[in-house]
Design a protein around this ligand. Sequence first.
Ligand code: PEP
Length: 267
Amino acid sequence: MAPSSRLPLVMGNWKMHRGGPDGADLARAVLAALGGRAPAGVEVVLLPPPTAIAPVADAIRGTGVRLGGQSCHAAEKGAFTGETAAPFLAALGCGFVLCGHSERRRLSGEDDAAVAARVRAALAAGLRPVLCVGETLEERDAGATEAVISRQVAAGTAGLDAAAAARLEVAYEPVWAIGTGRTATPAQASEGHGTAREALSRGLGAAAASAVRVLYGGSVNPGNAEALLSAPGVDGALVGGASLEAAGFAAIVKAAAAVRAVPATGG
Ligand code: PEP
C-alpha cells in the first residue's frame, strides 16, 4: 500500500465531564502540555460537553487546537428538548461533530437511519461529521464484525457525493474496547479499519474513500498510542477517558505527530 498522505487526527471526547468552567481549565492544561499550541503534523480536536464549548473556544483561540461537538440532532431547530442542532455547534466555532457514537446508539436509541440523518445535518451546517462505527462483543463473538462495520459505514454514508465525502471522518471503535481498558490489538484495529475503508470505497468510490481519515477509538492511552497509531490504516485516535488528563492526552497527540513524521505504511 502507498504511504498515507492523510493528516493524523486526534480527538479528545470528554463525554459528560468538564462541562462547567472546569472545561476551560482542562483546555488550558492540554495547551500547556502541548507547549502552547497544536504541534505540526497532527490535527487536534477537543470535544467538550455543549455547556463548555463557548469557554473552551475562548481558551483555545489562535492555538491551532480545534473544537467539535459530541453529537448533533438531525433537525436544524425545533421542539427537541435537550438536543443540540448542528448549526448551533458551528456558530460556536466547532468544526467537527461525532455522529453515532456507540453510547448514543445504545443509550439514546440512535439507529443507522438516525445516524445517517445526523451526518447529513452536520454536513449541511458546514461541520465535518465523524461517523462512529464498531461491533459489540456479542457481534464479534458471532463472527459479525465485518458485517456490522460494513453496514454501519454504508448506512451512514449512503448517497453522499464526492464533496461531502471530502469532509467526512470515520472512527472505528469496537464497542467492547470503549471505556473498558480493553484495547484492540494493532492487528485487530488494522483489520477493522480495512473493513471500514473497503465499505467506504464501495459506497463513495476509491478516490473519495482514500481521502477519508479512519480513526481508532477504544481505551487509547499514552502507553498503547504509538502501537495503535502505527498500525496500517490507522489515521488517528478518538480518545475518551485518557483525554481528561492533560499530560496523557498531549502525549497521545505527540505520538500521532511522531508516528507520521516517518513514512507511514498504511494505505
Ligand atoms: C470514546 O469515547 O469514543 C472512547 C474511545 O472512550 P475510551 O477512550 O475511554 O475508551
